[in-house]
Write a protein that binds this ligand. Structure first.
Ligand code: KIV
Length: 300
């Protein structure tokens, strides 16, 4: 997928699938899937670092996770979030953040809202960097919004949402996330815009959907918002695996013979000789070779 395909998919009525991803091994799993694109979202401050909201994400944190994801999913289109306030401190600071995320391997950046930074969005786009907008519930404004609440619940609020969406399209965004808005509001905005909308908690009338990886595979069992569909029970599966490993270590059944490396016969003979001579015999050359060989043949 490349940036042009977002528009093509909307135009052809094909839904876009997006998932967040924050680390190398998860990226490898996403890379082998049919998911269209990846968001390295600032929700990683919560899912990967345990903060209560996204305000603690920094550009260096975002760049580190983006680089890991880019190494694990080389063929996927990666959007990275510009973190809290990074695009509200002036053009130079914003462009430094964009530069860090793009150098880390992102193909586009995402930012929340439009009031007061429309010109910055235009400058990023004019600099050759695709920008995804984000409206509705914008978690970086959690305190101004009075909490994580459904947005655009009145006609007046839907009008504001629509005019902000238009503004983001006008300044060059290639797509727009709509988070936690009623389905009808999301459908209206989607129909109003030429560019595609990616919904999370925005119903079916959008151009695509995004979910947080940990939420959709059930790694976050306490989090059950209405919009979330959980496709696996990863928390329980991992816990069962950990407890089984613990049991096997404590019972002595792990490692078994087949999970244990043995020296070659000639080395065993020389080690036996060494121990019968009180440990003073010179270490056989073949034993050094065999340790190297074992290290390079760990899978055998
Ligand atoms: O950071 C994030 O996970 C996001 C999605 C909720 C869209 O921005």
């Amino acid at each position: 997928m490349n940036v042009l395909e977002f528009q093509k998919m909307k135009d052809e009525g094909r839904k876009i699938s997006m998932v967040t991803c924050y680390d190398y091994s998860s990226a490898q799993a996403v890379a082998e899937s049919s998911i269209d694109c990846i968001l390295v979202g600032d929700s990683l401050a919560m899912t990967m670092h345990g903060f209560p909201n996204t305000l603690s994400a920094t550009t260096s944190m975002m760049a580190l996770h983006t680089a890991a994801v880019a190494r694990g999913a080389r063929s996927k289109f990666i959007v990275a979030d510009l973190p809290f306030l990074s695009y509200r401190k002036g053009l130079k600071e914003a462009m430094d953040s964009v530069h860090d995320l793009m150098s880390a391997g992102a193909h586009a950046v995402k930012l929340e809202g439009v009031h007061g930074h429309a010109e910055i969005v235009r400058h990023i786009v004019d600099s050759g960097v695709p920008v995804m907008g984000h409206l509705g519930l914008t978690p970086q404004s959690v305190h101004a919004l009075g909490g994580m609440k459904i947005q655009a619940r009145t006609n007046a609020a839907v009008k504001i949402l629509a005019s902000e969406a238009r503004e983001l399209e006008d300044v060059g965004c290639f797509a727009l996330v709509l988070e936690c808005v009623p389905a009808e509001a999301a459908r209206q905005v989607t129909n109003l815009l030429k560019i595609p909308t990616i919904g999370i908690g925005a119903g079916p009338g959008v151009s695509g959907q995004v979910l947080v990886y940990q939420d959709m595979i059930g790694l976050n069992p306490g989090f059950k918002p209405k919009f979330l569909r959980t496709y696996a029970n990863a928390f329980d599966i991992i816990q069962a695996a950990l407890n089984a490993y613990d049991r096997d270590v404590k019972s002595g059944s792990f490692p078994s013979e087949s999970e244990t490396y043995y020296e070659s016969r000639s080395v065993e003979r020389s080690l036996a000789k060494e121990s019968s001579s009180g440990g003073n015999a010179p270490v056989a050359e073949s034993s050094r070779v065999s340790r190297v060989t074992v290290a390079s043949e760990m899978n055998q």
